[in-house]
Design a protein around this ligand. Structure first.
Ligand SMILES: NC(=O)c1ccc[n+]([C@@H]2O[C@H](COP(=O)([O-])OP(=O)(O)OC[C@H]3O[C@@H](n4cnc5c(N)ncnc54)[C@H](OP(=O)(O)O)[C@@H]3O)[C@@H](O)[C@H]2O)c1
Length: 213
């Protein structure tokens, strides 16, 4: 499959590498500076499986676009990509902002980043996923033999199996978490992971999993 990864930082670099190496997908990183050393090192490590250009070039190339930019850059990055009709877009952002109690969610409860991204991504079918755990777990989602969970929320029932498969190829147990408005729950769930990791002593080497009886 042809994947555009918008942003090539912790999350974008990790996901692009994992999808190229584990599933053989072709990766096009959409970045602000394709010639930057860190971008060149990243695509060099992936051999012929990856390239880099502008977000608009990446989006044109791909069937599936994965948004991995900071929340405050999301609207501008999507504007730059123009018409995304017929594309699937996976939104991995979290609407983080510093508040009086430290890092928290800038919006929530009655709206979500995922729904706002759907409004900005012209014509794309948006899924909220890959936002609820740290990038280290995205590189290696299996802990002591147990797959960590990754939820997928989106309204496009026809394309949801494809998204669940992509997430599963990373090594997660991919779970359908309902419609896109449930991004409100997934972004709060992400904030819980962040709070546990940064403020409650769990660090980044833990993940959530589904246990069944
Ligand atoms: N870190 C995690 O473990 C984690 C986990 C789940 C979700 N998330 C979410 O994923 C997103 C990315 O996090 P991250 O940790 O990967 O951040 P990061 O390491 O800072 O990477 C962000 C990337 O976005 C690029 N970027 C910034 N503005 C851009 C624009 N206007 N157009 C195109 N690219 C742009 C940056 O490029 P430059 O190098 O040019 O600045 C960089 O490649 C955030 O929304 C975050 O909340 C993070």
């Amino acid at each position: 499959m042809k994947l555009a990864i918008i942003g090539a930082g912790n999350v974008g670099g990790t996901l692009g590498t994992a999808w190229a190496q584990k599933a053989g997908h072709e990766i096009f990183f959409g970045v602000r500076d394709a010639k930057a050393d860190k971008v060149q090192i990243l695509i060099g490590a992936l051999g012929g499986k990856a390239r880099a250009g502008t977000p608009a070039e990446a989006a044109r190339f791909a069937d599936v676009i994965v948004l991995t930019v900071p929340w405050n850059a999301a609207e501008a990055a999507l504007n730059e990509m123009g018409d995304l009709g017929g594309k699937i877009l996976l939104d991995a952002t979290n609407p983080l902002a510093m508040g009086p109690d430290g890092l928290g969610l800038a919006i929530g409860h009655s709206i979500s980043a995922g729904e706002k991204v759907q409004g900005w991504a012209r014509g794309a079918s948006v899924f909220k996923t890959l936002n609820t755990t740290g990038f280290g777990n995205m590189a290696d989602p299996v802990i002591k033999g147990v797959k960590s969970v990754m939820f997928v929320a989106g309204d496009d029932a026809a394309n949801k199996p494809k998204v669940l498969q992509l997430v599963g190829q990373l090594g997660f147990e991919a779970i359908d978490a309902g419609p896109l408005r449930n991004a409100r729950l997934l972004e709060a769930h992400a904030m819980l992971w962040i709070d546990l990791a940064l403020n409650r002593g769990l660090g980044r080497d833990f993940a959530f999993a589904i246990l069944r009886r």
